[in-house]
Design a protein around this ligand. Sequence first.
Ligand SMILES: NC(=O)c1ccc[n+]([C@@H]2O[C@H](COP(=O)([O-])OP(=O)(O)OC[C@H]3O[C@@H](n4cnc5c(N)ncnc54)[C@H](O)[C@@H]3O)[C@@H](O)[C@H]2O)c1
Length: 356
Amino acid sequence: MAIDLSLQDKILEEDFESVESDGLRLKDFYGSSFLITGSTGLIGSLMVKTLLYYNRKYDLKIKIYAVVRNIEKAKSVFSQESDNTALSFVVTEDLGSGNFEFSDKVDFIIHTAAITNSKEMVTFPVSVLVSAFNSTDSLLKIARDNNASMVYLSSMEVYGNIEKNEMTDEKSLGYIDLSSVRSCYPESKRACECLCNAYSAQYGVNVTTARLAQTFGAGILPTENRVFAQFARSVIDGNDIVLHTNGLSEGNYVYTSDAIRAILILLKKGKYKEAYNICNPASHTTIIEMARMVAHNIAEDKIKVVIDIPSDSMKYGYAPNTKLFLDNTKLCSLGWKPQVGLEQAYRKLISWIKVQ
Ligand SMILES: NC(=O)c1ccc[n+]([C@@H]2O[C@H](COP(=O)([O-])OP(=O)(O)OC[C@H]3O[C@@H](n4cnc5c(N)ncnc54)[C@H](O)[C@@H]3O)[C@@H](O)[C@H]2O)c1
């Protein structure tokens, strides 16, 4: 199918424009250089595209070093930027080897690279842990040596199991079962956060942690297969939404452009050694409620929600049921406010997938 690039651009342009609000001034990054890992991933690619958008808008002279594993994929994700000298790809086979080095001067580092696929988490748990730790160590060394500010992308999964009915702030860590294979992911995030804080304490590195809720929106890649993409495709294809769990896990969500703005605010205003939840409390819901909202409000009841739990469901690596309502007060105190709710997020996501 031919890609309607202008429509794609239009959808993203609205999102890019919304990044510059809540006191964030992109002009404050004039002349800066960014090192962004995971640049072909969802958040990395949108971060790169957002900065390039503002480079064009204000002639900011920002330089972006986009760390990627697969150069062909990178050229395809950034196909419209092939002549853009502001963007350079830094190709590394595996950031997790711990041997990643970077010799150019860098002012800001955004470390998004990580294994995020649940199936991979239960198949290669050692890689999830070792790769996360080694890659973060390499990036922190670069931050230290350049006196750069860094944001590390962690996850709400660090909270583990919280059995309380109040909102969860950054200090309230819950229980994680270390004997569960799937715990490699939240534990890798905890270990990396701890490593960030260790670099701050020992070397004075200015690194802040962003604990993201489930983040999605326009800009996903055609290969994206997380639950939000599956729900959106069900609407487009007119297929029922099939849940492979009972869907009772409480979800915390945030729209991509809201998350991008939060990360940039953290680069400027985040306190080092501190973690910040990034979530939109208005989007808090259970998986099953979200599925029903999508089927009813978006698909206008032309599809329904079906629960079909496979007998071997463990091997898919679904995160355990959690009861978590993230508190975003700390991030809001820096001026950030979420702008896009769940229903609008799905509408934007679906518009995007339709023109992919
Ligand atoms: N999107 C979300 O809902 C969400 C929620 C919570 C936390 N996060 C965190 O935010 C970060 C970005 O998430 P995303 O949604 O963009 O993920 P993504 O899967 O879309 O992108 C991750 C990127 O990391 C790269 N990567 C993975 N292992 C690598 C390695 N060993 N060497 C080099 N590159 C490697 C991948 O190639 C990919 O480009 C991740 O750290 C993730 O854990 C994301």
